[in-house]
Ligand binder design. Structure first.
Ligand code: NAD
Ligand code: UDX
Length: 509
C-alpha cells in the first residue's frame, strides 16, 4: 500500500498544524482533519483560524479544499483513509483513580473505538497524542476487539515534538521524527509507509525507527528533561536573589559547556503550556504505580519547583508594594504561556493573576493574542468567583492604556513588543513609585531605573541595588522613610552608610 489518504482525529494545536504541513509537503496525499467540535472545524474553515501560529495561515489558505480538508464527518474520513493519526487531547485526569496526575485516556480510547467500528478496510493507526507507556497496547486491544471481518490494524507510535509559536518551523525542520513500531513484518511495513511520507521533506537519518514502548517513553522523557532544565535554572534564581549573583550570567556560563548547551536555560516566572506539567505528572504517576517511588519523587520535584517559582514571584510583588496590593492597579503584560501563541493552558500568568486577585488588586490585562473569552474563563475557573473577576479585571487593547494610572507593570509573557514600548511615556502616566516586575527578565533594567522605575525581576531583589543610590531618608519610631518626588515612603535600609549627614542612607523603598 502507498498512503494516498490520511485522516487525523483531533483538530487541535497538534492535529491542525501537523496535517497542514503534511498536506503542504505532499500535494498528492489527501489529508482530512476531523473533530467532534463543530465550532473548531468551522474556524479551521474560516479566515480566522482557531490557533495562532506564525506561518500557519499561509499554508492552510494555500492547501485548504485542495488536498487539505477540515470536517466533522469523522466516520467518512476514517473509512476513506489508509492511515489515521490519533491527535486528540490527553489531559490530566480531574477525577477518579490518578486524579490530578494520570493522563486521561478517554478520548484516545473513544477514537480507537470509532476507528474499529467504522473502518471497512485495513488501516495504519498512528498514535500522535502524548500517552503513557504501553498505551499502544490498549489501543490495539480496543481495535482488535471491535474490528470487522477482513479488517486489520497496525498501530504505530509517532509522538509530536513541536513547540507552540514555532510549530510550522518545528514540523518543517524537525530535529527528529520517532516512529515506534512492532518488531513484526506488518509492523515494519507500517513503519516504512509512515517513514516514506516524512522522507518527502525530512532527511532520512532524522527519522528514527524504534520499539513502540521506547517511542512512547521518549516523548515523556523529552518533555521531562526540557522542563527539568527550566526548573533547575529557576531554582538558581532564588539563590541569586540572596547572594547577588546574576542568573543570566550563570546561565550563559553553564550553557557554554558544550555538553550542556545554551538552549532552554532562560529563567522565568515558571514554565507553562499544556504539556510539561501534564506529561511529568503522567510520568510520576506511572512510576508510582510501578513502585518506583524514588524515580517518581525525582521528577515530581520539577513540578514542585515550578510551583515554588510562580509563588515566589507573586509574593515578591505583594511584599514589595508595601505588603498590600488591595485596591491598587497592576498592569499585567502577557497572559499566554509563552510568546507567539494565544494558548493560555497552564500559563504562569493565570497563577500570578489569581494570587493578585485574591489580594484584592485591580488588574489591567493586555495580551496581543489571547481571546477575551478565554482570559475571562481561565480567571473565573481559578478564582471560582465570577463577580470578583468582573469587578477587578479589565482587558486592555494596548499596553499603554493598561499601564495608565496603575501602580505597577507585571511582565508575565516574553512578547517581543514589550521590549520596544515607550517606557518614558508609560512612566509619566503611572502612579508613583512606579514598579516594574519583570517575570521574564526581558527588559533593560538599567534604562528603566534611570527613567525612575523601581525595577524587580526574578533573580535580583532590587535591580537598583548596585547603583548605591542615596536619597533623603529619616527614621520615625524605628521605621525608615525615604523621600521621593517630595513624598515620604516606607524604606528598607540595606546598609547604614551615612553619605552627607547621618539621616541619609542607602536604602530601598
Ligand atoms: P487540543 O485540545 O488542542 O486538541 C485536541 C482535539 O481533539 C480537540 O479539538 C477535541 O475536540 C478533539 N477530540 C477529542 N476527542 C475526539 C474524538 N473522539 N473525535 C474527534 N475529535 C476529538 O490538544 P493538542 O494540544 O492538539 O494536543 C493533542 C495531543 O498532542 C495531546 O496528547 C498532547 O499532549 C500532545 N502534544 C501537544 C503539543 C502542543 O504543543 N499542544 C505538542 C506535542 C504533543
Ligand atoms: C513543549 C516542548 O518544547 C515541545 O517539544 C513539546 O512537543 C510540547 O511541549 P511548548 O509547551 O509549546 O512545547 O513550549 P516551550 O517552548 O517548550 O515552552 C514551555 C514553557 O517553558 C513556556 O512557558 C516557556 O515560556 C517556558 N520556558 C521555555 C522557560 O521558562 N525558559 C526556557 O528557557 C524555555
Amino acid at each position: 500500500m502507498t498512503v494516498k489518504n490520511i485522516c487525523c482525529i483531533g483538530a487541535g494545536y497538534v492535529g491542525g498544524p501537523t496535517c497542514s504541513v503534511i498536506a503542504n509537503q505532499c500535494h498528492d496525499i489527501r489529508v482530512t482533519v476531523v473533530d467532534i467540535n463543530p465550532e473548531r472545524i468551522a474556524q479551521w474553515n474560516s479566515d480566522l483560524l482557531p490557533i495562532y501560529e506564525p506561518g500557519l495561515d499561509e499554508i492552510v489558505f494555500s492547501r485548504r479544499n485542495k488536498n487539505l480538508f477540515f470536517s466533522t464527518d469523522v466516520e467518512t474520513a476514517i473509512k476513506e483513509a489508509d492511515l489515521i493519526f490519533i491527535s486528540v487531547n490527553t489531559p490530566t485526569k480531574t477525577c477518579g483513580e490518578g486524579k490530578g496526575r494520570a493522563a486521561d485516556m478517554r478520548y484516545v480510547e473513544e477514537s480507537a473505538r470509532t476507528i474499529a467500528t467504522t473502518a471497512t478496510s485495513s488501516k495504519i493507526v498512528v498514535e500522535k497524542s502524548t500517552v503513557p507507556v504501553k498505551a499502544a497496547e490498549s489501543i490495539s486491544k480496543v481495535l482488535v476487539a471491535n474490528q470487522k471481518d477482513g479488517v486489520s490494524f497496525e498501530v504505530l507510535s509517532n509522538p509530536e515534538f513541536l513547540a507552540e509559536g514555532t510549530a510550522v518551523e518545528n514540523l518543517v525542520n524537525a530535529d527528529r521524527v520517532l516512529i515506534g513500531h512492532n518488531e513484526t513484518p506488518t509492523g515494519r511495513a507500517a513503519f516504512r509507509e509512515l517513514r516514506d511520507i516524512y522522507m518527502r521533506w525530512i532527511p532520512k537519518e532524522r527519522i528514527i525507527g524504534m520499539k513502540t514502548w521506547s517511542s512512547e517513553l521518549s516523548k515523556l522523557a523529552s518533555n521531562a528533561f526540557l522542563a527539568q532544565r527550566i526548573s533547575s535554572i529557576n531554582s538558581l534564581t532564588a539563590l541569586c536573589e540572596v547572594t547577588g549573583a546574576d542568573v543570566s550570567e550563570v546561565a550563559y556560563a553553564i550553557g557554554h559547556d558544550r555538553r550542556i548547551g545554551p538552549n532552554f536555560l532562560e529563567a522565568s516566572v515558571g514554565f507553562g503550556g499544556s504539556c510539561f506539567q501534564k506529561d511529568i505528572l503522567n510520568l510520576v504517576y506511572m512510576c508510582e504505580r510501578l513502585s518506583l517511588r524514588e524515580v517518581a519523587a525525582y521528577w515530581q520535584q520539577v513540578v514542585d519547583m515550578n510551583e515554588y517559582q510562580k509563588e515566589r514571584f507573586t509574593k515578591k510583588i505583594i511584599e514589595t508594594m508595601f505588603h498590600s496590593v488591595s485596591d491598587k492597579s497592576l498592569a499585567i503584560y502577557g497572559f499566554s504561556f509563552k510568546k507567539n501563541t494565544g494558548d493560555t493552558r497552564e500559563s504562569p500568568s493565570i497563577c500570578v493573576c489569581k494570587r493578585l486577585l485574591d489580594e484584592g488588586a485591580n488588574l489591567n490585562i493586555y495580551d496581543p493574542k489571547v481571546m477575551d473569552k478565554q482570559l475571562i474563563s481561565d480567571l473565573n475557573r481559578v478564582t471560582c468567583n465570577q463577580e470578583k473577576v468582573k469587578r477587578l479585571v479589565k482587558i486592555c487593547r494596548d499596553p499603554y492604556s493598561a499601564a495608565k494610572n496603575s501602580h505597577a507593570i507585571v511582565i508575565c509573557t516574553e512578547w517581543d513588543e514589550f521590549k520596544k514600548l515607550k517606557y518614558e511615556d508609560i512612566f509619566k502616566s503611572m502612579k508613583k513609585p512606579a514598579y516594574i516586575f519583570d517575570g521574564r527578565k526581558i527588559l533593560d533594567h538599567d534604562y528603566l531605573s534611570r527613567i525612575g522605575y523601581e525595577v524587580y525581576t526574578i533573580d535580583t531583589i532590587r535591580s537598583n541595588r548596585s547603583k548605591n543610590k542615596t536619597r533623603e531618608s529619616t527614621e520615625v519610631s524605628g521605621k525608615y522613610l525615604a523621600k521621593r518626588n517630595d513624598e515620604w515612603y516606607p524604606a528598607e535600609v540595606i546598609q547604614k552608610r551615612p553619605v552627607q549627614d547621618p539621616n541619609t542612607f542607602e536604602y530601598y523603598v
